[in-house]
Ligand binder design. Structure first.
Ligand code: GLC
Length: 431
């Protein structure tokens, strides 16, 4: 068992804030210098939660900058390439999205609705919060509309991701079988840059990278037209974690719209959340005790026990499902020192240091704990938060080996620091 008490040198809120400030480029924050030199979508929204504890206006700006680069069709891109930087692959020349400020052509987990409601409700400057939230509201609604239009053309209530990077869990075991079907003939030769900044043993493999780029080239060939991408994509997966984030954001947007007197928007967003929560049942696996991904090409559930199926707890799912997920996480806790591994450690495919194939990530921990606490499961939520704080004793790493606690990937990581500020401050307030 890991030690119950935090070590004497445990990082403080001030240490975490120093990381946020060091990575702040004024109107957006880079995830970490070197490895990720631009603005990432869900990183920014989660980062704002940490920033709000010391500078509310700056937190609003983080999200606003992202939405300044929203596409005309409503999509909010996963990367905004604010400035030229050769240290990252694939850059704007590969995406070719033809925007005034270059962006990628895919999206990321839509955590903005959740983040904006939280900033609004906690704001000490109410006038500022109302003004900034009111301006963001229709933009977030347009993003959600885009999801249901472009990524759920059959009206199932759940959306598909068309690229593993959209999930935010880039190289999860969840995608292996679907990714294997992506053709790689005609993929341009390329030089990866990520393995120059981080240990190659912690990063996705070359074979996976070829397929990631193959998908980008395929979509680029379709002119990034969202009306065509879904049906034409060889990769189409319905991820419970991704959908839970979207549905939680719909529910939070409804609450925010209600508070701002935008009744029509509130009614529409609430209806979406309710229909989606009902549809999530399609992804429930009774033998696994958790949700699973659905491959929309084969129409089969993917036998892969990842944290995506536990992250479903972030949405307002039925209490009996949340209770089962809490039990499932306790089962996982018997095989890992630190919750929550991104993949079940008993699976032979598990790899405790390779990115999303095993390591624990603080942002995911935060969302799982938040959902479980709201669903009346405070004990497991507290255990997850305590483990998160134990992990940062080794520094604000990108992610951690859930058995040894070893810090992996990039260092001085923005969203890890933001979540540390959030957990440290909120647990103090609760006690
Ligand atoms: C990696 C992660 C993704 C994150 C990005 C920037 O690609 O998988 O979730 O947004 O890094 O931190």
């Amino acid at each position: 068992m890991r030690p119950e008490t935090a070590p004497a040198n445990a990082p403080t809120v001030e240490d975490a804030i120093a990381v946020l400030k060091a990575n702040d480029l004024g109107t957006y924050t880079v995830p970490t210098h070197g490895l990720y030199p631009f603005q990432w979508n869900w990183d920014s929204c989660l980062t704002a939660l940490g920033q709000a504890h010391f500078d509310e206006a700056r937190a609003w700006t983080e999200i606003e900058t992202l939405f300044t680069h929203q596409w005309e069709d409503g999509m909010v891109p996963h990367i905004v390439f604010h400035k030229h930087d050769d240290g990252y692959f694939p850059g704007p020349d590969v995406w070719q999205t033809n925007r005034p400020v270059p962006t990628s052509g895919i999206t990321q987990p839509p955590v903005a609705g959740f983040a904006v409601r939280r900033l609004f409700e906690r704001a000490s400057d109410k006038a500022l919060a109302e003004q900034r939230a009111r301006a963001l509201l229709p933009k977030i609604a347009a993003w959600h509309d885009w999801f249901f239009r472009a990524r759920d053309p059959e009206g199932t209530g759940l959306v598909a991701i068309l690229h593993p990077w959209e999930s935010g869990r880039d190289n999860s075991i969840d995608w292996d079988a679907a990714l294997d079907r992506v053709p790689i003939d005609g993929v341009i030769p390329f030089r990866r840059r990520d393995t120059e900044h981080a240990n190659p043993d912690h990063r996705p493999t070359q074979a996976q990278y070829e397929r990631y780029i193959g998908l980008v080239q395929h979509f680029r060939g379709l002119g990034w037209d969202s009306a065509r991408l879904h049906d034409a994509s060889p990769f189409k997966v319905v991820d419970p974690g991704f959908n839970a984030i979207l549905l939680r954001s719909c529910a939070d947007l409804a609450a925010l719209a209600e508070a701002l007197g935008e009744t029509k928007l509130a009614t529409d967003a609430r209806a979406r959340a309710e229909a989606g929560i009902a549809a999530l049942e399609m992804l429930w696996s009774e033998p696994s005790g958790q949700y699973l991904c659905l491959d929309r090409v084969t129409r089969e559930l993917v036998e892969s026990l990842s944290v995506g199926g536990l992250l479903a707890a972030f949405a307002p799912i039925p209490p009996h499902r949340a209770a089962r997920l809490a039990t499932r996480i306790e089962e996982v806790a018997a095989t890992a020192q630190y919750l929550v591994p991104s993949h079940d450690p008993t699976d032979p495919r598990y790899d405790g240091r390779r990115y999303w194939r095993g390591p624990a990530w603080l942002i995911v921990n935060y969302m799982v704990a938040d959902g479980l606490r709201a669903a009346g499961q405070p004990a497991i939520a507290e255990r997850i938060e305590a483990d998160s704080l134990a992990l940062i004793a080794a520094g604000f790493a990108e992610y951690y080996d859930p058995i040894t606690g070893e810090p992996c990937g990039g260092g001085k990581f923005t969203w890890t620091a933001a979540i540390a500020v959030e957990i440290l401050t909120m647990s103090e307030k609760r006690s």
